[in-house]
Design a protein around this ligand. Structure first.
Ligand code: HEM
Length: 417
C-alpha cells in the first residue's frame, strides 16, 4: 500500500466501477423541489411538525418532540448563530456511527479546540502549496483524456473524479487506491440508503488509514496526514482515533460536495451561455460564479441541529429536544433577501448565502472547494472552446435530488483550443 505515486500506471485511476448506481441512491428522484419549498417558505419561514417537502410526509413519532423545519434565511442564521440553544449533537446518531466523533457533531468548547487542531492544515499557505502542482495536475490529466474527442460528458469525465483525486493526492495516497477510495466516499455518504454498506465502508476506511498513519509516523511526507500527525496547539495534539475520524469526515464532506457543486456550476453556465461567455472573457468572474452556484443550487440542501431548551423561533414554539432541519436550499432563495431568487445570475448584488453553512461550523474546506473548482474551470476554458450542451435525442438534462443535488450527466460538444 506504500507504492510510490509515480510508479503506478495511470490506468487504475480511470478504472470505473459504476458510480451512478450508488450516486442515485444519494440523490433521490426529485427534480425540482424549489417551487414546493417556496410555497412552504412563503406560508411561514418556520414550520412545526412533519412537513411534506415533495417526497411524502415523514412519519410522525409521538414519543419525540415535534420536529421543526426552517425555510427562511434570517431564521436559519438565527439558529446557526445560537449554538448554545441549537446543538450539533443531532449528528451523533447517523454520522457518529460511520465516521466516529468528528468536529461536525461537537458543541463548544470542545468544538473550538478540535477545530483549532485541524484548521491549520487548511490555511491559505497550505492551499497555495496544493494549487500549483497538485490540483492543476489532477485536472489537466483528466481533461487530457478527452480534449481531442470533440465531445465529452463532464460529469463522468471530470466533475465526478477530480475532487476525490485531489483529496487522495493531498492525503498522499497511492493512485492505485483512488477508485476504491471514491467508492468508500460514496458508500459512507449513502449510509441512510444502505446502512450495512456504509458501516462496512467506514470500517474498511479506518483500517486503511491505520496503515497510512503508521507509515507516515515512521516516514513523514509532504501531505495532510503527516501535517495532522505534527499538529500541536498549546501542547495538545490529535490522537489516532481523532485523526481517523477527521479523515473519514473529509470524504463525504470534501468529495461529494465539491463534485456536485462543480456540476451545478457547469450546468448554470452552460444553460446561460451569455454568462459562460462573460466568464470566458473575464476569468476574475469565476469566484462569483461559484458563489452564485452555492446560493442557487447548494449541493447540500439541508443541515440539522437539536434544540437544547424550550425556545421560540420567528414566534413559533420550539420544544427542548426537537430536531431542527435548516433548509439551506430554501433559505438561499428567500425572496426577502434576494431579488428574482430562482434565477442563476452571477452578477447579482448579494451572493452571500448559507450554502457553506454559517457560524462556528461554517465549512472548513470552503477555500479548498473554491480553489479546486476555480482551477478546474480555468483549465476547461483554456483547453476547450465553443462548448455547448449536447443532449442525446430525448435526453432531459437537469439537476436532481433532494438532500444532495447535482446533474447526473453533462454531455457537451466543443473544439480543442
Ligand atoms: C462546494 C463544496 C462544499 C460545500 C457546499 C460544503 C458544505 C458544508 C456545510 C453546509 C457545512 C456545515 C455543516 C453544519 O453546520 O451542519 C460544512 C462543514 C464542513 N465541511 Fe464542507 N462543504 C464543501 C466542501 C468541503 C471540502 C472540500 C472539505 C474538506 C476537504 C469540507 C470539510 C468540511 C468540514 C470538516 C466541515 C465541518 C466543520 C465544523 O463542524 O466545524 N467541506 N460544509
Amino acid at each position: 500500500m506504500t507504492t510510490p505515486v509515480d510508479d503506478v500506471d495511470r490506468a487504475p485511476v480511470l478504472e470505473r466501477f459504476d458510480p451512478f448506481e450508488l450516486q442515485d441512491t444519494v440523490s433521490g428522484e426529485i427534480r425540482d423541489p424549489y417551487p414546493r419549498l417556496g410555497e412552504l417558505r412563503r406560508r411561514s419561514p418556520v414550520h412545526v411538525g412533519p412537513v411534506d417537502l415533495g417526497d411524502g410526509l415523514p412519519e410522525d413519532d409521538p414519543t419525540r418532540p415535534q420536529p421543526v423545519t426552517v425555510f427562511g434565511f434570517d431564521e436559519a442564521v438565527e439558529v446557526l448563530r445560537d449554538n448554545d440553544t441549537y446543538s450539533s449533537t443531532v449528528y451523533d446518531g447517523i454520522i457518529g456511527s460511520v465516521m466516529g466523533r468528528t468536529i461536525l457533531q461537537m458543541d463548544e468548547p470542545e468544538h473550538r479546540l478540535h477545530r483549532a487542531l485541524v484548521s491549520p492544515t487548511f490555511r491559505s499557505k497550505v492551499l497555495e502549496r496544493w494549487e500549483g502542482d497538485l490540483v492543476q495536475r489532477v485536472v489537466d490529466e483528466l481533461i487530457a483524456d478527452f480534449v481531442d474527442d470533440g465531445s465529452a460528458d463532464l460529469v463522468q469525465q471530470l466533475t465526478f473524479h477530480f475532487p476525490v483525486q485531489v483529496i487522495a493526492e493531498i492525503l498522499g495516497l497511492p493512485r492505485a487506491d483512488f477508485p476504491r477510495f471514491q467508492r468508500w466516499a460514496i458508500e459512507i455518504t449513502s449510509v441512510t440508503a444502505n446502512w450495512d454498506r456504509g458501516v462496512a465502508a467506514s470500517e474498511a476506511l479506518r483500517d486503511y488509514f491505520a496503515d497510512v498513519v503508521e507509515e507516515r509516523r515512521a516516514r513523514p511526507a509532504d501531505d495532510l496526514i503527516s501535517d495532522l500527525l505534527a499538529v500541536d496547539v498549546d501542547g495538545r495534539s490529535l490522537d489516532d482515533e481523532e485523526i481517523f475520524s477527521f479523515l473519514r469526515l473529509l470524504l463525504p464532506a470534501g468529495v461529494e460536495t465539491t463534485y456536485r457543486a462543480s456540476g451545478n456550476l457547469l450546468y448554470g453556465l452552460l444553460t446561460n451561455p451569455d454568462q459562460l461567455q462573460a466568464v470566458r472573457d473575464d476569468r476574475s468572474l469565476l469566484p462569483q460564479a461559484f458563489e452564485e452556484t452555492i446560493r442557487w443550487e447548494p449541493p447540500v440542501t439541508v443541515i440539522l441541529r437539536r434544540a437544547t431548551a424550550d425556545t421560540r423561533l420567528a414566534g413559533v414554539p420550539v420544544e427542548e429536544g426537537a430536531d431542527v432541519g435548516l433548509l439551506l436550499g430554501s433559505a438561499n432563495r428567500d425572496e426577502r433577501k434576494y431579488e428574482d431568487p430562482d434565477r442563476f445570475d452571477l452578477f447579482r448584488a448579494s451572493r452571500q448565502s448559507l450554502g457553506f453553512g454559517f457560524g462556528v461550523h461554517v465549512c472548513l474546506g470552503m477555500h479548498l472547494a473554491r480553489m479546486e473548482t476555480r482551477v478546474a474551470m480555468n483549465a476547461l476554458l483554456d483547453r476547450l472552446v465553443d462548448i455547448e450542451l449536447a443532449p442525446a435525442p430525448g435526453q432531459d438534462l437537469h439537476i436532481k435530488g433532494m438532500a444532495f443535488r447535482s446533474p447526473i450527466a453533462l454531455p457537451i460538444t466543443f473544439t480543442a483550443a
